[in-house]
Design a protein around this ligand. Structure first.
Ligand SMILES: NC(=O)c1ccc[n+]([C@@H]2O[C@H](COP(=O)([O-])OP(=O)(O)OC[C@H]3O[C@@H](n4cnc5c(N)ncnc54)[C@H](OP(=O)(O)O)[C@@H]3O)[C@@H](O)[C@H]2O)c1
Length: 305
């Protein structure tokens, strides 16, 4: 039976709403309108939905595995069929697979989950978004090879060769020693570049990116308990990390502010305090941005054929 819902004045779509920053963002956005919770785990989605409803909010759940393009297009179609007026889309879900692994299609898991899946999801939703809707991509400052905390950690920024090469898990030589980091940094560099290209392409929408700061307590904060403890309790309290330290609640608050902003700001890259920041030189190069988007569209069209 088709699901029917009362129209709401504002509806926000949040991916990765089942934990970390996305969960906090969904909770905060539920005070502004209906939230469509998007995640790969139905049980976790149900629990978040019930929690929001218990507090008097309105939420719906849509299962979507961003690492699986068929799941992405099913989820986008399900959301479009709801016919709700979408004021904002928060592309928050993200992983850093360490070590690297592949999707069922044989593509790099991190690059697909963080970039190809969200791009396909956004591309499917854009024609159905009303004028002035906000689309926000959660990226990461480690895409920038000059970012000091990232440099200290031995990260070397985005290592983009091409979209096809990234899907194969191939990165520009000279990258990070830690496996999985180049995939993560490149996925975020592509997300930032695509944000800026899409903002130029669709001036009727507001398309922005956010760096949420260092949130050592979330799922991305550390691969194992000891590493997480050392990172969250010691390392991130010291310079150069302490300056960028945040909490999921704070990061979510900045995201909610950007998602509910009714000004015409578009093509802005926000930092953890909601102030405009500059990313890597490459991500800000319009030619690079267009190259990334053109290659992504060609890759996705080919994959769907
Ligand atoms: N934490 C930081 O310090 C930091 C810094 C810079 C940028 N970021 C970015 O901030 C965003 C949120 O990160 P976080 O720290 O809150 O991470 P997190 O706690 O690990 O949460 C990640 C969310 O993404 C979902 N997700 C993972 N793979 C998915 C898939 N294939 N399909 C659908 N959903 C999927 C997870 O679902 P499950 O609950 O099912 O696992 C979870 O809800 C990410 O984009 C991350 O790259 C984080």
């Amino acid at each position: 039976m088709p699901r029917t819902y009362q129209p709401a004045t504002e509806t926000y779509v949040v991916t990765g709403a089942t934990s970390g920053i996305g969960l906090c963002a969904a909770n905060e956005l539920s005070t502004h309108g209906t939230v469509i919770l998007v995640g790969r785990n139905g049980l976790k989605l149900d629990a978040v939905q019930k929690d929001i409803e218990r507090r008097g909010g309105r939420a719906l759940s849509v299962v979507c595995d961003l690492a699986d393009l068929a799941s992405v297009s099913r989820a986008a179609a399900e959301i479009i069929n709801l016919g709700l007026p979408i004021s904002g889309l928060l592309n928050n879900a993200g992983i850093m697979a360490m070590p690297s692994c592949k999707t069922a299609a044989g593509w790099d898991m991190t690059f697909t989950t963080n970039y190809l899946g969200p791009f396909a999801f956004t591309q499917a939703l854009i024609p159905h978004l009303p004028n002035g809707a906000n689309v926000t991509f959660v990226v990461s400052a480690i895409e920038d090879p000059e970012r000091r905390p990232a440099k200290v950690m031995g990260m070397r920024g985005g290592r983009f060769i091409s979209v096809e090469a990234s899907a194969r898990g191939e990165w520009l030589p000279g990258g990070a020693k830690l496996p999985g980091v180049d995939a993560y940094a490149t996925s975020k560099q592509c997300s930032l570049a695509a944000t800026l290209a899409l903002a130029r392409e669709s001036p009727r929408l507001r398309i922005n990116a956010i760096e949420p700061g260092i949130n050592p307590t979330t799922g991305l904060g550390g691969a194992n308990a000891l590493a997480r403890f050392i990172f969250s309790q010691i390392v991130t309290r010291l310079p150069p990390f302490s300056r960028y330290r945040s909490t999921p609640e704070r990061a979510a608050h900045v995201m909610a502010q950007v998602l509910t902003d009714r000004s015409a700001k578009t093509g802005v890259y926000y930092d953890e305090n909601g102030k405009p920041m500059t990313g890597s030189t490459l991500a800000h190069d319009p030619q690079f941005q267009d190259r990334v988007v053109v290659q992504t569209r060609a890759f996705l069209a080919n994959a769907a054929a």
